[in-house]
Each structure stands twice: as structure tokens, then as C-alpha cells.
Write a protein that binds this ligand. Structure first.
Ligand SMILES: [Zn+2]
Ligand SMILES: [Zn+2]
Length: 720
């Protein structure tokens, strides 16, 4: 289906020497004689897929020529590998390996595979594809590893890919100038990928050859899936590489077993993450960071500026260190300097963007890595970055400002708590982000409503006073002399940063703050609670977060008012009135229920039997619940004075049974509990109780008449 039309193909007859020699050799034959160099399609119809053709509105001519095929014809080369550009590359492979082309079929194949793959890979990397374990990146990695293995096969010593890529670039740069522009990056990516595989390829090949020996000894023809997976997992052998090596010697692979081992490992990794936890702050598996050069560090320059230019020193994807990050990839960027504040001391990280003219990375989180490095974690949203590139780092202004307001507010809160509750109050932890703040502190009892109101008011007063926030970096001894509050249990270096809000608050703190307390706008405590012995927690809001909270609260109030059909200001009265109404309805309902139950008793009191001188009423009612049944029992007992009452009720297919005996009846031997126990089975249930009162449930209403008859017999046995 789709656009189509007549087509015309141009073939070149390369002469009989390329032919197969068969008498019916013709254009389109499988042999090499007739070479299609050009194809033209005159698109004029649309095929609906059911054999119906309609005229295309916009008819067109689609034409394409095979560049290398035409070169082969024009240069009278005998194959695609012999045209000048490819031949020059092939010659370079020959030089590196010390082999000659056209001497040995197997060697020729390796030479061609290497030349072909390096050429493809050079173009792929220039297009922004990076080696990885999935998608296009894995296609690239597989091509490179296959080339590396064929390099081993024909005795190329050491690394050779960048060398060959430079030949490719020399040959193609006139038509593809971007190859030359990206030369340095292409070499680096190839080299680092080659290094990675070189570390394991020889060992892997040795292991594989041991596996082959073992299969030969055992007379097996298929390599187990587990073994193939070990080669993949430990030695980086893509399965198609292992397959190719084995096929050369007539072996196969249990591919299903390989897939199974792969799935099992993925599940195990997931389990392990669950067991051992992940990065405490980010929730990620961060083992990739362990491989980063420990000498790298990042300088934080973001106290006074939200943007800075710096150089990328390291890039990682989610699971490996890479030379470049490209469009759509998730990863981490490390730079020499950064204005991004990494999550620390309870303050949540900055977000923002890292950009160049050609690419943009969205920073979703900023984290501190071992050895004084800052990692910008996020997604490459467009273009590509490579190591060594100069980038501009820009912190999200709003996120930083909102977080700063909440952080500065915790300092005011800390000081206010000390003033209101006493100097025993010490910070025990905190969390500040753009939305809210949380402050944990030492205090021995729950705060009263008055204390909370006082603290909140004091903080708001200090906000209204618009106090300038001053930060200073001081030698630790000098800093202590200022009387600034240090965090309990925290270790400080030779120099500390002191954050002052007038005389009211002085703290050691590395966080980012507002310039003036007035920026906090307003402050409100949401809750105060205990989180451990002697440790309290306050949750609070400022500025935008608080505004959002009030908006939501107002919205909920309006919704509630509209449901209650009252103005918001009348809502309380409306609820009180509704509660009164419910109370009145309930008591009326109760009255009606007992009236109904009494009516259902009818003339039960007239059915009194005498069992050995003890009065017995055994009767059935309809649709009465157990609670009501007990009331009925009391009612009947009063009516007969002394004796035994048994009532059964059926409601919704279920049976309730109750029995009651008076003092006198019990003296004569009556036992309500035993009586119920003896008859409950007849209504498909069980139960029991005390001598004076018992109840049971059942699910066989049909047994009620029998049960009531049996009650008389049982009572007769009980009476002495
Ligand atoms: Zn032929
Ligand atoms: Zn602080």
C-alpha cells in the first residue's frame, strides 16, 4: 500500500568476466555481472492495500543512485572494496596487520569487516550515537567489538580504531566536513571503547576456547546459555560475537538459555537494590560513580551567582563513564566549577540547565560525590556534550529563591524556639526545599498552642523587620567567638561560614540564603509533633508555599460549603444544625424499630408452655436484629414474670437465636447457654453463653420450627 508507480532501473553490464556463465544469465541475475546503479520511481498512484489504485494528488519522481556502486563502475573496480576510498581504508588495515588482500579468503573477510565497521562507526559517532548497552548505542558497541575481535584474528597489535578512523575522515571529509570537526571526539570515543573491551577480550577468548575444548571432549555441539551469558556479563562479549566465533568452528548457542540467564540477572539486580538500598539521597544505584577518577574535584561558586561557565571533566550514563552524552540520554555531568548547590545539610539541591550553543542538559538533581565532586544529574534534552567541552551552567532561579526562603526561615525558627522555649533547644535535623520546611529540635514535651503562636509571631516579626542577611567565612576559632550556633555533632573544617540575621540569629551554615529576611514574606507553622524521645518536629511554610496552602484550604472550604448548601461563614452553624437533625432522626428511628419488633412478637405471650412447672415461651419473629432481639427477650420475660424465653429471628437469610432464663428458672435447673448450644445446630450455626442469657447465629432459617420444638425438650431435661 502507499504511493507507487512505474519504475525504471539503470543497470550496468560489467562484462562477461563477472558473469556466472549460465546460459540464462540476465539483468537481475544473482551474479556480479549486471550492477544496478540507479533507480527511478514515477510515483503517480496511491494503493489502498486492497489492489485499488487512485491518482496521487501530487505526483512525483523519486530517484536514487548508489554512490559506491557508481564509483565501482566508473573506476572499473572489481568490488565495492576496491573503489578508491574503500581501497585506501582496506590498505591501511592491511598495513596495520601486515597482511595482503586477496591472498586468503578468511583474512580477506576480517580485513573487510574491520574496514566496513570502522567506517560505519566513525559516521555513527559523528551523528551523536554513543556506545551503550541499549538501542542504537548497542549496535555501535557490537560493531566495534566485532571489529576488535577480527583485529585480534589477523594479528593487529595494540589499539587501531582511532588510526583507521583518521583514514576514514581523511577520505570522506570533503563530502562530510563534520567528520573533521568532530575528529577529536570521535577518536576519544573509539579509544575509550576499545580500551574497555581490550581489558577483557583476551581473557574472554581464552575462556571461550576452553569452553570449546570442553564441548569437544563431551561431544557437545551447543554452548550452554549460562556460559554464553558469562561471556557477555563478565567479558563484554555481545551474543552475536560469541555466536560468530562458535559458528566458525561448527558450534551453536543455546540462545533461549542465554535470554533466561539475562532475565534472571536483571531480576537479581532489582532484588539486590531492594536489599542493599541505593544512594541515600537520590534513591539511585550509584555504583557508576565509584569508577570516576578520584583526583577530580568541583569548586562551588554559587553563593553569589546563579550562572557560570566551566569545563566538563567527566560524563556518565546511568551505568558507565562515557566520553559523550547525547540527545535523550540520562546521566551525570561533572564540571570544574559549578553554581549548583548539591543536596546537603537538609537543603534540597538546585535544578536548572547546562548548555552550549549545540546542546542542552536538564539538571533534575545535584548531588555530592566522594572526593569533593558535584554531580549534575539529569537528561540530555538536545544535542550532545563531550568531555573537555566548555559549558554554561544556569541554576533555576525560582527553585533557588523558594528554597532559600525556607532555609533562612529555619534559622529564624531556631532562634525563636530558643527564645520562647529556652536555650536547651538544639537543632536535631532539618529539611528544606522549594515547597516547605521541616525542623527537628531537642525539647522534652509537646509545645502548647500558646508557645507555637508565640514562636510563629516572633518569626513573622523578624521577617517584617527586614533584617539584612550577612554571610562571612571565618577561621573556626574566630567563628566560635561570635557566639554563632554550631550544629550538634557536626564536624567543621579550619574555616566555617557564618550566617547572621542581625543579633537575632547567628549560625554555622553552608546553605544558600535570602539577602534580607523580608524576602521570606510570611511564615506559618502547620504542625508540631514528637518523632523520638526528647525530639520534636515542626513543619512550616513560607511565601509561595504558604500562599498555595491558603489557596487550597480556601478551595476546600468553598467546596465543603457548597456541598452543605451554606455560605462559608455559615458552615459551622450548618454543620451543628445537621448534627442535631441526625441525632433527632436516630432516636426516632430507634423508637420505630422497637415498635416494629414488638409488633412482630404479636401474641407470643399467649403461647406460654409449662415445662415441669417452668414457663417457656419459644417463638419466631421476622426481620429483627440481634440487638433488638435481646430487647424483645427482656420484654417477654417481664410479661411472664418467671421462666425461660427463646426467640428466633430470620433476616436476609440469616438466623439469630437468643435465650434468657430468670432467677427462679435457673434455680430449678434452666441454663440458657446450654439450651442455645443444644438447638443452634438445627439452624446451621453455633453459639452459647451464660446461664441467664445466651445467643447464637445460623444460616439455615428452615430449621427454626424444629429448633423451637427442641427447646422445650432440652428445657425438660434441664429441670430437676
Ligand atoms: Zn549471472
Ligand atoms: Zn542553615
Amino acid at each position: 500500500s502507499g504511493p507507487c508507480g512505474p519504475c525504471s532501473e539503470i543497470y550496468y553490464d560489467r562484462g562477461e568476466k563477472y558473469g556466472c556463465g549460465k546460459p540464462d544469465c540476465h539483468v537481475g541475475c544473482d551474479c556480479d555481472r549486471f550492477c544496478e546503479v540507479w533507480n527511478i520511481v514515477f510515483s503517480q498512484f496511491n494503493n489502498d492495500g486492497k489492489g485499488n489504485y487512485t491518482d496521487l494528488e501530487h505526483k512525483n519522481i523519486d530517484t536514487g543512485m548508489g554512490l559506491e556502486r557508481l564509483a565501482m563502475v566508473v573506476q572499473d573496480a572489481d568490488s565495492l572494496y576496491s573503489i578508491d576510498t574503500n581501497r585506501a581504508l582496506l590498505d591501511r588495515v592491511c598495513t596495520l596487520s601486515g597482511k595482503e588482500y586477496n591472498h586468503d579468503a578468511l583474512t580477506d573477510m576480517s580485513l573487510r569487516i574491520i574496514a566496513d565497521h570502522i567506517k560505519s562507526c566513525t559516521f555513527m559517532i559523528s551523528d551523536g550515537i554513543m556506545p551503550s548497552n541499549e538501542g542504537r548505542g548497542y549496535v555501535l558497541r557490537r560493531l566495534l567489538r566485532r571489529a576488535a575481535r577480527h583485529g585480534r584474528k589477523i594479528d593487529i597489535e595494540g589499539k587501531f580504531m582511532a588510526d583507521l578512523a583518521s583514514t576514514v575522515i581523511e577520505l570522506c571529509k570533503d563530502g562530510y566536513p563534520e567528520l573533521d570537526e568532530k575528529k577529536a571526539m570521535i577518536f576519544r570515543v573509539l579509544s575509550s571503547e576499545e580500551d574497555k573491551f581490550n581489558r577483557t577480550i583476551d581473557q574472554g577468548l581464552q575462556i571461550l576456547s576452553d569452553m570449546e575444548d570442553e564441548m569437544n571432549t563431551k561431544g557437545e555441539k551447543v554452548l550452554g546459555g549460562e556460559a554464553a551469558f558469562k561471556l557477555y556479563d563478565t567479558y563484554g562479549f555481545p551474543i552475536d560475537l560469541t555466536r560468530e566465533i562458535l559458528e566458525e568452528k561448527g558450534f551453536g548457542i543455546d540462545e533461549e538459555g542465554f535470554e533466561k540467564a539475562m532475565t534472571a540477572q536483571r531480576e537479581k539486580a532489582r532484588e539486590d537494590r531492594k536489599l542493599h538500598g541505593t544512594h541515600s539521597l537520590t534513591g539511585r544505584d550509584d555504583s557508576v560513580y565509584d569508577q570516576i577518577d578520584p583526583a577530580l574535584t568541583t569548586a562551588f561558586v554559587g553563593y553569589d551567582t546563579l550562572t557560570a561557565d566551566s569545563v566538563i571533566t567527566c560524563l556518565t550514563t546511568e551505568d558507565e563513564i562515557v566520553e559523550a552524552l547525547t540527545d535523550g540520554q540520562k546521566g551525570t555531568i561533572i564540571t570544574e566549577e559549578t553554581p549548583f548547590y548539591g543536596t546537603m545539610g537538609g537543603q534540597q539541591a538546585d535544578t536548572g540547565v547546562i548548555s552550549t550553543e549545540k546542546g542542552e542538559f536538564r539538571v533534575e538533581d545535584t548531588i555530592h560525590l566522594q572526593g569533593g565532586k558535584v554531580g549534575h544529574v539529569g537528561t540530555m534534552v538536545s544535542g550532545m556534550f563531550s568531555v573537555g567541552e566548555k559549558v554554561t551552567l544556569t541554576v533555576d532561579k525560582e527553585n533557588r529563591a523558594l528554597t532559600a526562603r525556607n532555609h533562612s526561615a529555619t534559622h529564624l525558627l531556631h532562634a525563636a524556639l530558643q527564645e520562647v522555649l529556652g536555650s536547651h533547644v538544639e537543632q536535631a535535623g532539618s529539611l528544606v526545599n522549594r515547597d516547605h520546611l521541616r525542623f527537628d529540635f531537642t525539647h522534652f514535651e509537646a509545645m502548647t498552642a500558646e508557645e507555637l503562636a508565640k514562636v510563629e509571631q516572633l518569626v513573622n516579626e523578624k521577617i517584617a523587620e527586614s533584617i539584612a542577611v550577612v554571610t562571612e567565612v571565618l577561621p573556626i576559632e574566630e567563628a566560635r567567638k561570635t557566639g554563632a550556633v554550631a550544629q550538634f555533632g557536626e564536624k567543621y573544617g579550619a574555616e566555617v561560614r557564618v550566617v547572621e540575621m542581625g543579633e537575632f540569629s547567628k549560625e554555622f551554615c553552608g546553605g544558600t540564603h535570602v539577602k534580607n529576611t523580608g524576602d521570606i514574606a510570611f511564615f506559618h507553622i502547620l504542625s508540631e509533633s514528637g518523632i523520638a524521645a526528647g525530639v520534636r518536629r515542626i513543619e512550616a511554610l513560607t511565601s509561595a508555599g504558604l500562599m498555595e496552602y491558603y489557596r487550597n484550604t480556601e478551595k476546600k472550604l468553598q467546596e465543603a460549603a457548597s456541598i452543605a448548601k451554606a455560605a462559608p461563614s455559615e458552615l459551622n452553624n450548618r454543620i451543628l444544625a445537621l448534627q442535631e437533625e441526625i441525632k433527632a432522626l436516630n432516636s426516632e428511628n430507634q423508637k420505630l424499630k422497637s415498635q416494629l419488633a414488638n409488633q412482630s412478637l404479636g401474641n407470643a405471650a399467649d403461647e406460654v408452655q409449662e415445662i415441669k412447672g417452668v414457663k417457656l415461651i419459644a417463638t419466631a419473629v421476622k426481620d429483627v436484629e440481634m440487638n433488638e432481639l435481646r430487647n424483645l427477650g427482656d420484654e417477654l420475660r417481664t410479661q411472664i414474670g418467671e421462666g425461660v424465653v427463646v426467640i428466633a429471628s430470620e433476616k436476609d437469610g440469616k438466623v439469630s437465636l437468643m435465650a434468657a432464663a430468670t432467677e427462679e428458672a435457673m434455680k430449678k435447673g434452666a441454663h440458657a447457654g446450654n439450651l442455645i448450644k443444644a438447638i443452634a445446630g438445627l439452624v446451621g450455626g453455633g453459639g452459647g453463653g451464660r446461664p441467664n442469657m445466651a445467643q447464637a447465629g445460623g444460616k439455615n432459617p428452615a430449621g427454626i420450627p424444629q429448633a423451637l420444638e427442641k427447646a422445650a425438650e432440652v428445657l425438660a431435661e434441664q429441670i430437676k
